[in-house]
Write a protein that binds this ligand. Sequence first.
Ligand SMILES: NC(=O)c1ccc[n+]([C@@H]2O[C@H](COP(=O)([O-])OP(=O)(O)OC[C@H]3O[C@@H](n4cnc5c(N)ncnc54)[C@H](O)[C@@H]3O)[C@@H](O)[C@H]2O)c1
Length: 379
Amino acid sequence: MSIKTIGIIMNGVTGRMGTNQHLVRSILAIREQGGVQLESGETLMPDPILCGRNEDKLRSLAEQYGVEKFTTDLEAVLADDYYQVFFDASGTPYRVAFLERAIAAGKHVYCEKPTAVDPAEAFRIAEVAEAAGVKNGTVQDKLWLPGIRAFLKLRDEGFFGRILSVRGEFGYWVFSGHDEDQPAQRPSWNYRQEDGGGIIIDMHCHWRYVIDNLFGEVTEVFTHAQTHLPERIGEDGEPYRCTADDSAYALFKTKEGVICQFNSSWDVRVRRDDLLTMQVDGTKGSAIVGLRKCWAQSLVETPRPVWNPDVDSPIDFYDGWEVVDPGTCDNAFKIQWELFLKHVACDGAFPWTLREGAKGVELAAKSWESHHAGSWVKV
Ligand SMILES: NC(=O)c1ccc[n+]([C@@H]2O[C@H](COP(=O)([O-])OP(=O)(O)OC[C@H]3O[C@@H](n4cnc5c(N)ncnc54)[C@H](O)[C@@H]3O)[C@@H](O)[C@H]2O)c1
C-alpha cells in the first residue's frame, strides 16, 4: 500500500504541551505505529518540522527525539508547499497572529486551546479560516479521555435516565515556589493575565466543549473568580505579582436544564479520585467521571442513608460503585490528531473547529462578565 507523507509545521513545540502531548505522544507515536490508515487503503505519514524562536532549544529537542527538521524561519516554511498543516502550541496571546499568517499561506490549521484571549478575535480567526476554505481545528482533548468515553457509553445506553446535575471538581495544589524544595510545577505565565494566564480562560474553554458534548449546550453561566495567592516565584527565582485568577467557582445551565457546577482551582489539595472528577446524577443512576476511570451506581445499587451524625455511618459510601470499562483508549491528543489528519486527507468530518474553540473563549468572557456583575449571564 502506498504511503503519502504530510508535512506539518509544529510551532511553539518546545513548550510543555507541544513537546509531551503533541510531538512525542501524538505525531511521533503516529509515525512509530506506521502512520494513519485512510479509507482509500493509503497510509498518511506525518512529517514534522519543529518551529520556534530559539534554535538551540529546537536543535536539542530534535536531537532528543530523532526529529530531522527544525527551523526558526517561519516565513520560509510557510512559503513551502510541502507543508500542508500548521499547528500551534505557542502561548495563547500569540496564537491568532500565527494562525492568520498560516491561513494566508494556504495551510490547514490546527491549534491548542484557548484559540485567543478575546472572543471577538477567536470568532474572527474562525471566520478567516472558513473564508479561506482551509481545514481547521482546535484541541478538545478531554472528549477522548477513557473516563469520558466510559461516561458517554453509559449515557448513550440510557443508564442515567434524566440527567439532573453535574458536580465538577478540577484542580490541585500548584506550589507557589516560596517553600523550600517545592518549585512551581506550572509555567508562571499561567498566573499573569497580561501573558494569557488565568484559570477561567484556561479551564472554562474546556468546560464549554465538555458540557456541550456531554450534557447539552451551555445557555447560562454564574461565576466567581478569585486570586487566592497574590504572589508566586517565577522561573527566574524572583517573586512576581499574580494578576490572573487562580480559582473559579462556576455554575452553568444547559438547554436541557442540567445544572453543572464546576470548581476549578490551583489552590486545592486533592482528596478525590482524580484531578478532574465530575459527579453526574440522573434519575436512574449516577457516575463519577474521572480522567481515566468512570464509576457508576444504578438506582438498584443506591444505598438508603438515614441522617444520624451521632454514630459512624453504617454504610461505606464508596461501596456499590462499579468501574465502567471504556474499551481500548489511545492517548486523547493522538486520537484527535489522527482525526484531523484524516479530515485533511478528506476522510471524515472534524466538528472540533476553530469556531467551536471560539465558543470556549466566549464562555470564559461571559464568566468574567458574570463575576463583575455578580449575576447570571446568558451565553
Ligand atoms: N489542552 C490542554 O489541556 C492544555 C493544557 C495546558 C496548556 N494548554 C495550552 O497550550 C499552550 C501552551 O501551554 P504550555 O503549558 O505548553 O506552555 P509553555 O510555556 O510550556 O509553552 C509555550 C511554548 O510557546 C513558545 N512561545 C511563546 N511565545 C512564542 C512566540 N512568540 N513564538 C514562538 N513560540 C513561542 C515558548 O517558547 C514555549 O515553547 C497554551 O495556549 C495553553 O493554554 C492546553
